[in-house]
Design a protein around this ligand. Structure first.
Ligand code: MSP
Length: 521
């Protein structure tokens, strides 16, 4: 199974014990930006997301709500799908682990392959189980006797289960991670995984006894056990491509994954357990594991009792999907924890969307409309250099004396692309806003609104340069803010012809791209 010229990106599948929160939204947006970027580069891309619907956590929550688990998850899954649609997440498929046709055959086949290798055995296990993590925890991991992620006491469990020989793969995993054959980003998480291997990997409980109702995929061959929810869930990355069925063209085309995006609490499952399962089954390994941080609200973990939970839908409804996508892309490091506050959201919205981008687009279009009836055509490239004062815009001093097209092709675009290739969405977004700042500076420098009185021809050249810059802004923000990108494209009326510079037939702007948020001071 080898693949060429394709790109496969996944999010974690989200627990369907509730609707989506801002952390899920963040992960979906990160993956969506990279998927859209890759498609824009002409790469055949498959973007997978979905929901994790089995396990005790979900069963118990459904029971607490007095609902049938299947009905309960169906309701929550719909909330994920609604959110994805609203925030324009362009996943190619949405996998559900309760899907008996699409997912189960793959999960069962994977189990069987691993069993065939002799990597599954029966043993009795006694341990502390955290239902929130769906994982056994060691004493060392507990803080004040509680799971640090779920702030809950684990349950003592003694069971006869099937076990997976994870320990057998220690040396192989160590080599693969050290050499970056499985690249874990950021480096700190790679080191964390190497330290876990160094401390000794234990075999993993791979099944759970059947509950009062069957809620999970039965272990093949008629035992009264269900496949451990993490084994079931991890299999989604291949079942969604047709593994375990005879329709596996996608698997051939897209597997192995180019990147699995996951939060910092579930790295171990993706960097150790999952590759070991694949090694056992003789399948190729994912190339990158991109670990993002956790979003806090006002510096604290989000919790209903503190009342600081950020509701993604509220922001989308009030300010638009693109505004939320912008905040997540630009304000949060894709490799570290980040904070979300309404104050900061409003501040950057006003500064960088209403003023920065929005204002630049309206000013430029208004001048083009007023002075040139919306039409600017050049038959030659217009080389009016930037003469910015050194202190005007930081980071671009070295480019004094260069034209806008030159700066875009030599600095902005290469920077933007190389950061996207490194999954550093925050820095590629910075490059775009670097260009926006530069175009603002260019207008300030040449003052076309004054120049029009004395030199119409030069004014036209100046505006051509700004429109040219905006054309590239619209291209670069497509992955980040797809609706805004298409609105700008439409307003610019760009014509591209071979071997000719770009011309514009602009439209009148009816309403600002981003209305300022007025705050009561
Ligand atoms: N179902 C498992 C994943 C199985 S993947 C084979 C799971 N689900 S989850 O719903 O709890 O989390 C889904 C993703 O959201 C994880 O990558 C998790 O790290 C991420 N996040 C959960 N809370 C988060 C924040 N507060 N901030 C950012 N991401 C967070 O784990």
């Amino acid at each position: 199974m080898g693949k060429k010229d394709s790109f496969y990106i996944t999010t974690a599948i989200h627990y369907a014990n509730a609707g989506p929160h801002i952390g899920h939204t963040y992960e979906g947006v990160l993956a969506d930006i990279i998927a859209r970027y890759k498609r824009g580069q002409g790469v055949s891309t498959f973007f997978l997301s979905g929901t994790d619907e089995h396990g005790d956590k979900i069963l118990r929550t459904a029971q607490k709500n007095g609902e049938e688990p299947q009905i309960f998850v169906n309701e929550n899954v719909q909330k994920f799908k609604d959110l994805y649609k609203k925030i324009q997440i362009s996943n190619d498929y949405f996998i559900r682990t309760t899907d008996k046709e699409k997912h189960w055959p793959g999960a069962i086949k994977l189990w069987e392959e691993i069993e065939e290798k002799g990597d599954i055995y029966v043993a009795t296990y006694k341990g502390l189980y955290c239902v929130g993590c769906e994982d056994f925890l060691t004493e060392k991991k507990l803080v004040d006797g509680k799971c640090p992620y779920h702030d809950a006491k684990p349950e003592e469990i003694e069971e006869e289960n099937f076990f997976f020989r994870l320990s057998k793969y220690s040396d192989q995993l160590k080599k693969l991670i050290e050499s970056d054959e499985i690249k874990i980003m950021p480096e700190s998480k790679k080191n964390e995984m190497l330290a876990i291997i160094e401390n000794g990997l234990e075999d993993v409980s791979f099944s759970r006894p059947e509950r009062e109702i069957l809620w999970g995929i039965p272990v093949p061959n008629g035992t009264n056990q269900t496949i451990y929810v993490w084994c079931d869930a991890l299999a989604n990355y291949i079942s969604a491509l047709g593994y375990g069925t005879d329709k596996d063209e996608l698997l051939k085309k897209f597997w192995p994954a180019d990147v699995h995006i996951v939060g910092k609490d579930i790295v171990r499952f993706h960097a150790l357990l999952w590759p070991a399962m694949l090694l056992s089954a003789g399948l190729p390994l994912p190339k990158n594991i991109w670990v993002h941080g956790f979003l806090t609200s006002g510096g604290r973990k989000m919790s209903k009792s503190i009342g600081n939970v950020v509701e993604p839908m509220e922001y989308i409804d009030a300010y638009g999907a693109d505004a939320l996508r912008y905040y997540l892309a630009r304000e949060i490091s894709p490799f570290d924890d980040g904070d979300f506050t309404k104050e900061r959201f409003i501040e950057v919205y006003n500064a960088n969307l209403a003023n920065g981008l929005g204002n630049l687009v309206s000013r430029t279009l208004k001048m083009t409309e007023q002075y040139f009836a919306g039409q600017i055509e050049r038959s030659l490239s217009v080389d009016i250099p930037l003469r910015l004062k050194r202190e005007t815009i930081s980071g671009f001093e070295a480019l004094d004396g260069n034209s806008i097209p030159h700066i875009i092709s030599q600095k902005i675009l290469p920077e933007y692309k190389s950061k996207m290739e490194d999954f550093d969405i925050q820095q590629s977004t910075d490059s775009v806003w670097g260009l926006i700042g530069l175009l603002d500076g260019y207008i300030a420098e040449y003052e076309p609104f004054k120049l029009i009185k004395t030199d119409k021809d030069k004014t036209e050249n100046i505006l051509w340069n700004v429109l040219y810059g905006l054309h590239f802004v619209s291209l670069m923000i497509e992955p980040i803010m797809p609706s805004t990108a298409s609105k700008i494209k439409d307003l610019l009326g760009t014509t591209l012809k071979d071997n000719e510079p770009i011309s514009f037939q602009t439209k009148e702007i009816k309403e600002p791209l981003f209305k300022r948020i007025e705050t009561l001071k």
